[in-house]
Design a protein around this ligand. Structure first.
Ligand code: WQD
Length: 334
Protein backbone atom coordinates (compact mmCIF):
# COMPACT_ATOMS: atom_id res chain seq x y z
CA UNK A 1 0.00 0.00 0.00
CA UNK A 2 1.39 3.45 -0.97
CA UNK A 3 0.66 6.58 1.05
CA UNK A 4 0.47 9.59 -1.30
CA UNK A 5 0.56 12.90 0.56
CA UNK A 6 -0.94 15.73 -1.49
CA UNK A 7 -2.48 12.98 -3.62
CA UNK A 8 -5.34 15.18 -4.90
CA UNK A 9 -2.98 17.85 -6.22
CA UNK A 10 -1.81 18.37 -9.78
CA UNK A 11 1.10 15.92 -9.88
CA UNK A 12 -0.15 13.77 -7.00
CA UNK A 13 -3.47 12.96 -8.69
CA UNK A 14 -1.82 11.92 -11.96
CA UNK A 15 0.63 9.76 -9.99
CA UNK A 16 -2.22 8.08 -8.06
CA UNK A 17 -3.80 7.06 -11.39
CA UNK A 18 -0.51 5.51 -12.54
CA UNK A 19 -0.11 3.73 -9.19
CA UNK A 20 -3.61 2.21 -9.48
CA UNK A 21 -2.94 1.18 -13.09
CA UNK A 22 0.20 -0.57 -11.82
CA UNK A 23 -1.83 -2.60 -9.26
CA UNK A 24 -0.75 -0.64 -6.18
CA UNK A 25 -3.22 0.10 -3.38
CA UNK A 26 -3.32 3.82 -2.59
CA UNK A 27 -3.98 5.85 0.55
CA UNK A 28 -4.25 9.63 0.04
CA UNK A 29 -3.63 12.31 2.65
CA UNK A 30 -4.65 15.79 1.49
CA UNK A 31 -5.72 19.00 3.26
CA UNK A 32 -7.36 20.40 0.10
CA UNK A 33 -5.55 23.75 0.54
CA UNK A 34 -4.66 23.68 -3.15
CA UNK A 35 -6.79 20.83 -4.53
CA UNK A 36 -10.40 19.73 -4.74
CA UNK A 37 -12.08 16.74 -3.05
CA UNK A 38 -13.92 15.73 -6.24
CA UNK A 39 -10.54 14.77 -7.70
CA UNK A 40 -10.72 11.53 -5.66
CA UNK A 41 -13.57 10.09 -7.74
CA UNK A 42 -11.73 11.06 -10.95
CA UNK A 43 -8.60 9.24 -9.76
CA UNK A 44 -10.71 6.15 -8.99
CA UNK A 45 -12.48 6.34 -12.36
CA UNK A 46 -9.24 6.61 -14.33
CA UNK A 47 -7.34 4.17 -12.12
CA UNK A 48 -10.15 1.62 -12.03
CA UNK A 49 -9.91 1.08 -8.27
CA UNK A 50 -10.98 2.70 -5.00
CA UNK A 51 -8.52 4.69 -2.89
CA UNK A 52 -8.58 5.39 0.84
CA UNK A 53 -8.75 9.12 1.73
CA UNK A 54 -7.65 10.90 4.89
CA UNK A 55 -8.25 14.67 5.09
CA UNK A 56 -5.61 16.64 6.97
CA UNK A 57 -2.10 18.06 7.04
CA UNK A 58 1.07 16.20 8.01
CA UNK A 59 1.87 18.88 10.59
CA UNK A 60 -0.69 16.96 12.70
CA UNK A 61 1.33 13.88 13.62
CA UNK A 62 -1.78 12.19 15.07
CA UNK A 63 -3.28 11.81 11.60
CA UNK A 64 -0.02 10.35 10.29
CA UNK A 65 0.12 7.83 13.14
CA UNK A 66 -3.53 6.92 12.54
CA UNK A 67 -2.80 6.25 8.86
CA UNK A 68 0.14 3.97 9.71
CA UNK A 69 -1.82 2.20 12.44
CA UNK A 70 -4.84 1.60 10.18
CA UNK A 71 -2.93 0.60 7.01
CA UNK A 72 0.14 -1.42 6.13
CA UNK A 73 2.08 1.33 4.34
CA UNK A 74 4.99 -0.04 2.26
CA UNK A 75 6.17 3.33 0.89
CA UNK A 76 5.32 7.03 0.89
CA UNK A 77 5.31 9.44 -2.05
CA UNK A 78 5.39 12.96 -0.59
CA UNK A 79 3.90 15.70 -2.80
CA UNK A 80 2.31 17.78 -0.05
CA UNK A 81 3.81 21.28 -0.29
CA UNK A 82 3.01 24.82 -1.34
CA UNK A 83 4.67 25.57 -4.68
CA UNK A 84 4.12 29.16 -5.80
CA UNK A 85 7.52 30.83 -6.12
CA UNK A 86 6.23 34.40 -5.90
CA UNK A 87 3.91 33.64 -2.99
CA UNK A 88 6.75 32.03 -1.07
CA UNK A 89 8.66 35.33 -1.05
CA UNK A 90 5.67 37.00 0.67
CA UNK A 91 4.88 34.09 3.04
CA UNK A 92 8.18 32.48 4.09
CA UNK A 93 6.89 31.23 7.47
CA UNK A 94 3.94 29.40 5.91
CA UNK A 95 6.23 27.90 3.25
CA UNK A 96 8.89 26.65 5.67
CA UNK A 97 6.27 25.30 8.08
CA UNK A 98 4.24 23.54 5.39
CA UNK A 99 7.13 22.38 3.20
CA UNK A 100 9.80 21.54 5.79
CA UNK A 101 8.30 21.01 9.27
CA UNK A 102 5.72 18.61 7.81
CA UNK A 103 8.46 16.40 6.37
CA UNK A 104 10.03 16.11 9.83
CA UNK A 105 6.66 14.87 11.15
CA UNK A 106 6.39 12.46 8.21
CA UNK A 107 9.81 10.84 8.57
CA UNK A 108 9.36 10.60 12.34
CA UNK A 109 6.06 8.73 11.85
CA UNK A 110 7.61 6.55 9.13
CA UNK A 111 10.51 5.64 11.42
CA UNK A 112 8.15 4.89 14.30
CA UNK A 113 6.18 2.49 12.11
CA UNK A 114 9.28 1.04 10.46
CA UNK A 115 8.39 2.30 6.98
CA UNK A 116 11.63 3.62 5.44
CA UNK A 117 10.81 3.85 1.71
CA UNK A 118 10.21 7.41 0.51
CA UNK A 119 9.89 9.17 -2.86
CA UNK A 120 10.27 12.92 -2.34
CA UNK A 121 8.94 15.60 -4.71
CA UNK A 122 11.79 18.06 -5.15
CA UNK A 123 12.39 20.68 -7.82
CA UNK A 124 14.96 21.99 -10.27
CA UNK A 125 14.86 25.21 -8.30
CA UNK A 126 17.36 23.62 -5.89
CA UNK A 127 20.00 24.33 -8.58
CA UNK A 128 19.47 28.09 -8.11
CA UNK A 129 20.99 29.82 -11.12
CA UNK A 130 22.62 26.82 -12.80
CA UNK A 131 26.32 27.17 -13.61
CA UNK A 132 25.76 25.23 -16.83
CA UNK A 133 22.95 23.71 -18.90
CA UNK A 134 21.84 21.04 -19.48
CA UNK A 135 21.81 20.40 -15.73
CA UNK A 136 23.02 17.07 -14.33
CA UNK A 137 22.26 15.72 -10.84
CA UNK A 138 25.81 16.48 -9.68
CA UNK A 139 25.45 20.15 -10.67
CA UNK A 140 25.97 22.46 -7.70
CA UNK A 141 22.82 23.01 -5.66
CA UNK A 142 22.08 26.06 -3.52
CA UNK A 143 21.86 29.77 -4.21
CA UNK A 144 18.09 29.35 -4.35
CA UNK A 145 16.29 32.64 -5.02
CA UNK A 146 13.03 32.12 -3.10
CA UNK A 147 11.71 30.33 0.02
CA UNK A 148 9.92 27.73 -2.12
CA UNK A 149 13.18 26.59 -3.71
CA UNK A 150 15.03 26.90 -0.40
CA UNK A 151 12.41 24.73 1.34
CA UNK A 152 13.09 21.97 -1.19
CA UNK A 153 16.83 22.42 -0.63
CA UNK A 154 16.36 22.12 3.13
CA UNK A 155 14.36 18.91 2.81
CA UNK A 156 16.97 17.39 0.51
CA UNK A 157 19.59 18.13 3.19
CA UNK A 158 17.35 16.62 5.89
CA UNK A 159 16.91 13.43 3.86
CA UNK A 160 20.65 13.18 3.26
CA UNK A 161 21.31 13.55 6.99
CA UNK A 162 18.56 11.01 7.76
CA UNK A 163 20.13 8.48 5.40
CA UNK A 164 23.61 9.07 6.92
CA UNK A 165 22.11 8.35 10.36
CA UNK A 166 20.43 5.12 9.24
CA UNK A 167 21.32 3.45 5.94
CA UNK A 168 18.26 1.23 6.13
CA UNK A 169 16.33 4.12 4.57
CA UNK A 170 15.37 3.78 0.91
CA UNK A 171 14.92 7.27 -0.56
CA UNK A 172 14.46 8.72 -4.06
CA UNK A 173 14.67 12.51 -4.48
CA UNK A 174 13.03 13.59 -7.76
CA UNK A 175 13.89 17.04 -9.13
CA UNK A 176 11.07 18.14 -11.44
CA UNK A 177 11.64 20.63 -14.20
CA UNK A 178 8.48 22.27 -15.54
CA UNK A 179 5.44 19.99 -15.36
CA UNK A 180 2.60 21.08 -17.70
CA UNK A 181 -0.29 19.42 -19.51
CA UNK A 182 -3.07 17.19 -18.20
CA UNK A 183 -4.52 13.69 -18.39
CA UNK A 184 -5.79 13.06 -21.95
CA UNK A 185 -9.29 12.36 -20.56
CA UNK A 186 -9.59 16.00 -19.49
CA UNK A 187 -10.63 14.82 -16.02
CA UNK A 188 -7.38 15.75 -14.25
CA UNK A 189 -5.16 18.78 -14.71
CA UNK A 190 -3.57 21.86 -13.20
CA UNK A 191 -6.20 23.91 -11.35
CA UNK A 192 -4.46 26.49 -9.19
CA UNK A 193 -6.53 28.60 -6.81
CA UNK A 194 -6.76 32.23 -7.99
CA UNK A 195 -4.58 33.81 -10.68
CA UNK A 196 -2.11 31.19 -12.01
CA UNK A 197 1.56 31.79 -11.22
CA UNK A 198 2.77 29.25 -13.80
CA UNK A 199 2.69 29.94 -17.50
CA UNK A 200 0.56 27.13 -18.93
CA UNK A 201 -2.60 27.60 -16.80
CA UNK A 202 -2.21 31.34 -17.46
CA UNK A 203 -2.12 30.74 -21.23
CA UNK A 204 -5.19 28.48 -21.15
CA UNK A 205 -7.16 31.05 -19.12
CA UNK A 206 -6.21 33.82 -21.57
CA UNK A 207 -7.44 31.66 -24.46
CA UNK A 208 -10.60 30.84 -22.49
CA UNK A 209 -11.23 34.57 -22.10
CA UNK A 210 -10.95 34.46 -18.31
CA UNK A 211 -7.73 36.53 -18.34
CA UNK A 212 -6.97 39.46 -20.64
CA UNK A 213 -3.41 38.98 -21.81
CA UNK A 214 -0.29 36.93 -21.05
CA UNK A 215 2.63 39.00 -19.78
CA UNK A 216 5.86 37.58 -21.17
CA UNK A 217 8.29 38.30 -18.35
CA UNK A 218 11.26 39.74 -20.22
CA UNK A 219 12.68 39.32 -23.71
CA UNK A 220 16.19 40.49 -22.87
CA UNK A 221 17.65 37.29 -21.44
CA UNK A 222 20.76 35.76 -22.96
CA UNK A 223 18.70 33.15 -24.87
CA UNK A 224 18.03 32.65 -28.60
CA UNK A 225 14.92 34.85 -28.66
CA UNK A 226 15.50 36.69 -25.37
CA UNK A 227 12.71 34.94 -23.43
CA UNK A 228 13.13 32.39 -20.64
CA UNK A 229 13.97 28.80 -21.59
CA UNK A 230 12.50 25.90 -19.60
CA UNK A 231 12.33 22.09 -19.77
CA UNK A 232 8.59 21.37 -20.02
CA UNK A 233 7.59 17.81 -19.17
CA UNK A 234 4.11 16.29 -19.54
CA UNK A 235 2.58 15.65 -16.10
CA UNK A 236 1.69 12.06 -17.11
CA UNK A 237 5.33 11.40 -18.03
CA UNK A 238 6.28 12.86 -14.66
CA UNK A 239 3.79 10.56 -12.93
CA UNK A 240 5.27 7.54 -14.71
CA UNK A 241 8.69 8.68 -13.52
CA UNK A 242 7.44 8.19 -9.95
CA UNK A 243 6.43 4.60 -10.66
CA UNK A 244 9.89 3.95 -12.09
CA UNK A 245 11.49 5.50 -8.99
CA UNK A 246 9.32 3.37 -6.69
CA UNK A 247 10.30 0.23 -8.60
CA UNK A 248 13.96 1.21 -8.24
CA UNK A 249 13.58 1.53 -4.47
CA UNK A 250 11.74 -1.81 -4.28
CA UNK A 251 14.65 -3.42 -6.10
CA UNK A 252 17.47 -1.68 -4.18
CA UNK A 253 15.81 -2.07 -0.72
CA UNK A 254 18.02 0.75 0.64
CA UNK A 255 19.98 3.80 -0.53
CA UNK A 256 19.52 7.45 -1.40
CA UNK A 257 19.03 8.28 -5.09
CA UNK A 258 18.62 11.66 -6.84
CA UNK A 259 17.11 12.07 -10.32
CA UNK A 260 16.22 14.92 -12.65
CA UNK A 261 12.81 14.38 -14.23
CA UNK A 262 12.76 16.38 -17.45
CA UNK A 263 12.92 15.89 -21.22
CA UNK A 264 16.37 17.40 -21.80
CA UNK A 265 14.83 19.83 -24.31
CA UNK A 266 14.51 23.53 -23.49
CA UNK A 267 11.86 25.74 -25.06
CA UNK A 268 11.57 29.53 -24.78
CA UNK A 269 8.36 31.28 -23.76
CA UNK A 270 7.79 32.44 -27.36
CA UNK A 271 8.37 28.88 -28.62
CA UNK A 272 5.85 27.58 -26.08
CA UNK A 273 3.29 30.18 -27.20
CA UNK A 274 3.83 29.21 -30.85
CA UNK A 275 3.53 25.50 -30.03
CA UNK A 276 0.30 26.13 -28.13
CA UNK A 277 -1.17 28.12 -31.04
CA UNK A 278 -0.24 25.38 -33.52
CA UNK A 279 -1.58 22.59 -31.32
CA UNK A 280 -4.90 24.25 -30.47
CA UNK A 281 -5.44 26.69 -33.39
CA UNK A 282 -6.06 29.35 -30.69
CA UNK A 283 -4.36 32.73 -30.72
CA UNK A 284 -2.53 33.62 -27.49
CA UNK A 285 -2.88 37.33 -26.68
CA UNK A 286 0.43 38.39 -25.09
CA UNK A 287 2.70 41.36 -24.55
CA UNK A 288 6.33 41.70 -23.49
CA UNK A 289 6.54 42.82 -19.86
CA UNK A 290 9.41 43.45 -17.42
CA UNK A 291 11.32 40.47 -16.01
CA UNK A 292 9.84 38.70 -12.95
CA UNK A 293 11.98 38.78 -9.77
CA UNK A 294 13.65 35.45 -9.09
CA UNK A 295 13.42 34.22 -12.68
CA UNK A 296 16.49 32.75 -14.38
CA UNK A 297 17.32 32.71 -18.10
CA UNK A 298 17.70 29.01 -18.84
CA UNK A 299 16.87 25.82 -16.98
CA UNK A 300 16.73 22.43 -18.67
CA UNK A 301 17.84 18.95 -17.68
CA UNK A 302 20.27 16.29 -18.75
CA UNK A 303 17.90 13.31 -18.26
CA UNK A 304 20.59 10.63 -18.81
CA UNK A 305 20.75 9.34 -15.24
CA UNK A 306 17.00 8.64 -14.99
CA UNK A 307 17.15 6.88 -18.35
CA UNK A 308 20.11 4.70 -17.36
CA UNK A 309 19.07 3.91 -13.77
CA UNK A 310 15.26 4.05 -13.90
CA UNK A 311 14.63 3.24 -17.54
CA UNK A 312 12.66 6.50 -17.60
CA UNK A 313 12.36 8.57 -20.80
CA UNK A 314 9.69 11.26 -21.18
CA UNK A 315 7.69 10.32 -24.29
CA UNK A 316 5.08 13.06 -24.76
CA UNK A 317 5.75 16.02 -27.05
CA UNK A 318 5.25 19.73 -26.45
CA UNK A 319 2.26 19.47 -28.77
CA UNK A 320 0.74 16.76 -26.52
CA UNK A 321 1.31 18.98 -23.48
CA UNK A 322 -0.40 21.97 -25.12
CA UNK A 323 -3.35 19.94 -26.49
CA UNK A 324 -3.96 18.17 -23.16
CA UNK A 325 -3.71 21.41 -21.16
CA UNK A 326 -6.24 23.10 -23.46
CA UNK A 327 -8.54 20.06 -23.37
CA UNK A 328 -8.53 20.10 -19.56
CA UNK A 329 -9.25 23.84 -19.45
CA UNK A 330 -12.34 23.17 -21.56
CA UNK A 331 -13.44 20.31 -19.30
CA UNK A 332 -13.15 22.10 -15.96
CA UNK A 333 -16.49 22.06 -14.06
CA UNK A 334 -17.91 19.41 -16.40
C1 WQD B 1 8.04 29.44 -16.89
C2 WQD B 1 8.56 30.52 -17.84
C3 WQD B 1 8.68 32.69 -16.83
C4 WQD B 1 4.36 33.10 -16.22
C5 WQD B 1 8.31 27.27 -11.22
C6 WQD B 1 8.99 26.63 -10.04
C7 WQD B 1 9.22 25.19 -10.32
C8 WQD B 1 7.91 24.55 -10.64
C9 WQD B 1 7.31 25.22 -11.87
C10 WQD B 1 6.72 23.62 -8.81
C11 WQD B 1 9.54 31.48 -17.20
C12 WQD B 1 7.65 32.67 -17.95
C13 WQD B 1 5.61 32.62 -16.56
C14 WQD B 1 3.84 34.22 -16.92
C15 WQD B 1 5.84 34.32 -18.25
N1 WQD B 1 7.04 24.67 -9.56
N2 WQD B 1 6.33 33.22 -17.55
N3 WQD B 1 4.61 34.80 -17.91
O1 WQD B 1 9.17 29.75 -12.71
O2 WQD B 1 10.12 28.13 -14.45
O3 WQD B 1 9.18 27.24 -12.34
O4 WQD B 1 7.13 26.59 -11.52
O5 WQD B 1 6.99 22.48 -8.95
O6 WQD B 1 9.78 24.58 -9.19
O7 WQD B 1 10.25 27.26 -9.87
O8 WQD B 1 7.65 28.21 -14.03
O9 WQD B 1 5.60 28.54 -15.35
O10 WQD B 1 6.22 30.28 -13.61
O11 WQD B 1 7.56 30.10 -15.71
O12 WQD B 1 6.52 34.86 -19.16
O13 WQD B 1 2.70 34.72 -16.65
O14 WQD B 1 7.44 31.30 -18.27
O15 WQD B 1 9.42 33.91 -16.85
O16 WQD B 1 10.49 31.85 -18.16
P1 WQD B 1 9.11 28.44 -13.40
P2 WQD B 1 6.67 29.30 -14.64
Amino acid sequence: MILVTGGCGYIGSHTCVELLKNEYDVVILDDFSNSQKEVVEKIEKLGGKKVKLYEGNMIDSSILNRIFEENRIDAVIDFAAYKAVGESVIKPIEYYKNNVATVLELIEAMKKHNCKRLVFSSSATVYGTPSYVPITEDSKIGGTTNPYGTSKLFVEQILNDLYKSDEEWDIAILRYFNPIGAHESGLLGERPNGIPANIMPYITKVCKGELECLNVFGDDYDTPDGTGVRDYIHVVDLAIGHIKALEKLEKEKKGLFVYNLGTGQGYSVLELIKAFECATLKKVNYKIAPRRDGDIAECYSDPTKAKEELGFVASKSLEDMCKDAWNFENNINK
